[in-house]
Write a protein that binds this ligand. Sequence first.
Ligand SMILES: [Zn+2]
Length: 86
Amino acid sequence: MNERCPVCDLRFEREEGYFLGAMYISYGLALIAIVVLAALLWSLLHWSIQKSVIWGLIFFLPAAPLITLFSRVPWIYLDQAIDPAP
Ligand SMILES: [Zn+2]
């Protein structure tokens, strides 16, 4: 990840632990993705709920780093809306 925006020169990590708030967004997105995957497995393959959730979690794992990075985008937008950088 770049330290600063190449267009507007915004410093992304404003302080130590800045992206902690992005973890909440990441958690919510991960939960939605796992529920959707489990529901698909449950409805298409008629597995048990438990087996569908476990396999939904396993299928989600490769996307976890991508969602972690993506969750920083809405976090930065939210932070800039509430407390804009000078
Ligand atoms: Zn920018």
